[in-house]
Ligand binder design. Structure first.
Ligand code: ADP
Ligand code: MG
Length: 396
């Protein structure tokens, strides 16, 4: 369903509430990765240019008790944002009250205000995270329209996304629009043929994704730690490789049902210890010894997956092919990144937190049509679930 976006509204002189995702990683009060702030800029800059008065909301981390508040203030985000926008912004270290209301009234066209961490409201009865109706209504009362640009929270029904949206006209920001276009596009009406590549640690995390993508994709290539549960289901020796015993039956059932729609690795890299310095051997998946662990797909599998990708018009990837955090076991994941980068006529999409981090850290950040910014949200979207944050945006 096409959603209304920020360009569909007249914003001049309006107080525009914006839900952004500023849930950045922090260490000792310093932001260690500002990607989420960077991703939020296009929408903020557009509203400034249009002459709207911007009131920004975001959560940061989990605020369970009063003592969590000091370490989870959005002040460092306010400073970083001000620097990136090249203009002063107002930071209100509160989530409600006279001071906030006055600061909103004092805004001129093109001004930007950031409200304190919405999860400060969780200390007293989880008002934000349980979508307390009064809180959403109160925040909505501060503005004229609502722009939801926080895809990373779209799988949650919170006061600062769904709560505000139920009280105010709501449109998508540019980041949200892009996520809906690409990730939503995969599950709604993908350009065929579709190839899905699934990996990562656990079958159990991905049951919904595998099941839904088998309904959508022409081929589902399975690598990573989860593939060994499938090999176990085929009766193979998998040594010390990752295994989810209680998912062997599920894997068996899928293999029976899917036939050659599922493509499994043919070789792997094994080692005796889970270490980057371990001695590595490449073996066929039929020759994994009992005392070793498979930690990456092998070169023959990279070639096989490359062949399977030829001619695809849509490629969706979730889950690394190996323990990419250890450089000696990153080659399978790199190989898949390269194979996807070479596809010129395909929409190529990554959903999933670690897969996105892998592609970016390995240097392939610019080679995909879209790398989702929402780990959990993108997974739920690929599972075919409706995301409450997306549902709450007005349809065109
Ligand atoms: P995403 O966040 O993209 O959904 P996951 O969280 O499912 O991905 O999986 C990522 C993790 O899977 C990584 O930490 C990686 O080390 C691990 N992994 C991949 N292959 C293997 C393997 N063969 N053995 C153990 N761990 C693996
Ligand atoms: Mg993960």
């Amino acid at each position: 369903m096409a959603k209304k976006i920020v360009t569909d509204l007249e914003l001049k002189g309006k107080t525009v509430l914006v839900r952004a995702d500023f849930n950045v990683p922090m260490k000792d009060g310093e932001i260690t990765d500002d990607n989420r702030i960077v991703q939020a800029l296009p929408t903020i800059k557009y509203i400034i240019e249009q002459g709207g008065k911007i009131v920004l909301f975001s959560h940061l981390g989990k605020v369970k008790e009063e003592s969590d508040k000091a370490g989870l203030t959005l002040k460092p985000v306010a400073d970083a944002l001000s620097e990136k926008l090249g203009k002063e912004i107002t930071f209100v270290p509160e989530t409600r009250g006279k001071k906030l209301e006055q600061a909103v009234k004092d805004l001129n066209d093109g001004d930007v205000l950031l409200v304190e961490n919405t999860r400060y409201e969780d200390v007293d009865g989880k008002k934000e995270s349980k979508n307390d109706p009064e809180l959403g209504k109160y925040w909505a009362s501060l503005g004229d329209v609502f722009v939801n640009d926080a895809f990373g929270t779209a799988h949650r029904e919170h006061a600062s996304n769904v709560g505000i949206a139920s009280n105010l006209e709501t449109v998508a920001g540019f980041l949200m629009e892009k996520e809906i276009k690409y990730i939503g596009g995969v599950v709604e009406n993908p350009d065929k043929p579709v190839v899905a590549i699934l990996g990562g640690a656990k079958v159990s995390d991905k049951i919904g994704v595998i099941t839904n993508l088998l309904n959508i994709a022409d081929k589902v290539l399975i690598g990573g730690g989860m593939s060994y549960t499938f090999f176990k289901a085929q009766g193979k020796e998998i040594g010390l490789s990752l295994l989810e015993k209680d998912k062997v039956d599920f894997a068996k059932e899928l293999l029976d049902r899917a036939g050659d729609q599922i493509v499994l690795p043919v070789d792997c890299k094994i080692a005796k210890e889970f270490s980057n310095d371990a001695e590595i051997t490449e073996v066929s998946v039929d020759d994994i010894p009992a005392d070793q662990e498979a930690m990456d797909i092998g070169p023959k599998t990279v070639e096989l997956f490359k062949e399977q990708l030829q001619g695809a018009h849509t490629v969706v990837w979730n889950g690394p092919m190996g323990v990419f955090e250890l450089s000696n076991f990153a080659k399978g994941t790199i190989g898949v990144c390269e194979a996807i980068a070479e596809l010129k006529d395909a929409n190529t999409i990554i959903g999933g937190g670690d897969s996105a981090a892998a592609a970016i850290s390995l240097g392939y950040g610019d080679d995909f049509s879209h790398i989702s910014t929402g780990g959990g949200a993108s997974l739920e979207y690929l599972e075919g679930k409706e995301l409450p944050g997306v549902v709450a945006i007005a349809n065109k």
